[in-house]
Design a protein around this ligand. Structure first.
Ligand code: CAA
Length: 262
């Protein structure tokens, strides 16, 4: 793993059995998401996504911050034309194309782009002192990496309006209550819990897991009729896998299946 990712500056990579572990590491700036960090993060995620020996990914930050947002210092003087030409956020957008489930393990601040990256993940486990928020309004802009879209889809119009228009931060308990995250645990248990969930998912038949993720995400982009049609096609497609044969055979033989992830 270190051979492939030898030159990383802001992202650390590791693995535990079938789980890929990715950590944002720019502690001096509370993991502020500058262009280089995001390039590295996306490269790492895309590389791990292609590794057939991994079934699930965990994305974490540091103790004090998952990420405190896009790097304000890097973009403060930019013109709209420069922002448009550079289009850094097109790199961020590639995270949603990762096929394997990603679990965000959030400690500390997940603000602005940090909250948006967490929302690009498929599941979120947070420490009790984690602090989420879309504070962009306080620096004269709006969320730019999906905040207005994903927060609204997750918590509904009323809450999204309140949180984005006031920019007020909210703690993990409120995030859980709103349905934004999956679980709140003690701060020092976040990574343990995220890994435990990741191992559970990674042990499931990998192709079915990826088809399920794809189909759930489709629910946000289609009519019910189109979504049901899409689901049915991917359900039928799952019968092309060896794991479907094994899973249904094992059920009939009253034994545990042995997955090949093919
Ligand atoms: N960009 C650049 N640098 C940042 C940063 C950011 N988003 N957040 C923190 N830092 C830097 C600070 O400038 C500081 O650096 P120096 O030591 O060189 O001064 C260092 O990280 C530590 O931060 P603080 O001293 O501010 O730490 P604190 O504990 O007093 O406050 C905080 C923590 C409340 C998170 C505060 O840092 C903060 O408000 N950060 C900005 C949060 C924010 O507005 N995020 C949204 C960014 S815009 C965005 O994300 C757009 C988008 O949708 C894509």
């Amino acid at each position: 793993m270190t051979d492939v990712f030898g030159n990383l500056q802001y992202v650390r990579v590791d693995r535990e059995q079938r789980v890929g572990l990715v950590q944002l590491h720019r502690p001096e700036a509370l993991n502020a998401l500058n262009g280089d960090l995001m390039q590295e993060l996306v490269l790492v995620l895309e590389t791990l996504d292609k590794d057939p020996t991994l079934g699930c990914l965990v994305l974490s930050g540091g103790e004090k911050a998952f990420a405190a947002g896009a790097d304000i210092k890097q973009m403060a003087q930019a013109s709209a034309v420069e922002m448009l030409r550079q289009d850094d956020l097109a790199v961020w957008d590639r995270i949603r194309l990762i096929k394997k489930p990603i679990i965000a393990a959030v400690n500390g601040y997940a603000l602005g782009g940090g909250c948006e990256v967490a929302m690009m993940c498929d599941l979120i486990i947070a420490g009790e002192n984690a602090k989420f928020g879309q504070p962009e309004i306080n620096i004269g802009v709006i969320p730019g990496a999906g905040g207005t879209q994903r927060l609204t889809r997750a918590v509904g119009k009323a809450k999204a309006m309140e949180l984005i228009l006031t920019g007020r931060p909210f703690k993990a308990a409120e995030a859980l209550e709103m349905g934004l995250i999956n679980k709140v645990v003690a701060d020092d248990q976040v990574l343990t819990e995220a890994k435990a969930m990741a191992h559970t998912i990674a042990e499931k038949p990998a192709i079915a897991v990826q088809l399920a993720k794809k189909t759930i995400l489709k629910a946000f982009e289609t009519t019910l009729e189109e979504g049901l049609d899409y689901e049915r096609k991917l359900f039928y497609l799952s019968f092309a896998t060896e794991d479907q044969k094994e899973g249904m055979q094992a059920f009939q033989e009253k034994r545990q299946p042995t997955w090949k992830h093919t």
